[in-house]
Design a protein around this ligand. Sequence first.
Ligand code: BEZ
Ligand code: FE
Length: 300
Amino acid sequence: MQDLDEFTVTDAVLEQMARTTDPRLRQIMEAGVRHLHAFAREVNLTPAEWLEGIKFLTAVGHASTPIRQEFILLSDVLGVSALVNALHDKTATEPATQTSLLGPFYRDGAPELPSGAQIVREPGAKEIVQYGRVIDRDGNPIPHATVQVWQTDAHGLYDLQANDPETMDARGNFRADALGNYYFRTVRPLGYSIPMDGPVGKLVHTQARHGMRPSHIHFLIGAPGFRELVTALYFADDANIDSDTVFGVSSSLVVTINPKDPACPIPGLPGVRYDFQLAHASADGEGRVGADPASIVPAH
Ligand code: BEZ
Ligand code: FE
């Protein structure tokens, strides 16, 4: 019989898990246990603190519904989503547009819209046109790529946060043309606070963080033979451009609105141009850190 102490307990757990037949699962769980044990030793974790942690994770689970994913939010505010995205980008076979967060507000089945359509039901005055090309590493067009977009409405809310989450708004699925061109009408999105009314928001508040995300539009772009791109474009003049609560901004994804854009495909409207570059597909698979909340906690 083994006498376990705060060090030998780690080896005992690893020994029991050593028969795991899936080698990747074994590698992930071994490293997870080693780091978790090292963390507990480093902070000299007390029983009361561990119970607090268990209560917190339980609350995160309870806050997760078909229209709200509190665990994705937790991953985001801890920088894990941004870290996993950065690791994913490193495995691309060639240069491509950087990944950014999918976030908790992506939805499957957004409306299919024709090029140039307005994605916001009540656009109001501040319309802009987002346009550009979907290209490969050499700048060649990728014809007919799918371009899914979503953003907040004029009040800084996603449709999933609005009163009637059944209604889709401020999102749409487009298709680039034969030359890789895409364009759509929208409104300038507002920067917004991540949901602060749940356990993750409470944590962020306790850490004296502002909880804001700078103004942005999300994109999920795909084409046969290419690695799917999950990214977002961030507006340069937002006050929180350098302090995103979920670490999604990088300089290559920052854009500005040109109020008098001669190349804008809808003349007279301010334009934002951005070309998305896709890498060819590789064996490493797809890159979504997240999913439609309804696919994780199904509605019943
Ligand atoms: C978003 O951009 O939609 C988002 C990302 C992470 C946390 C909250 C919102
Ligand atoms: Fe967002």
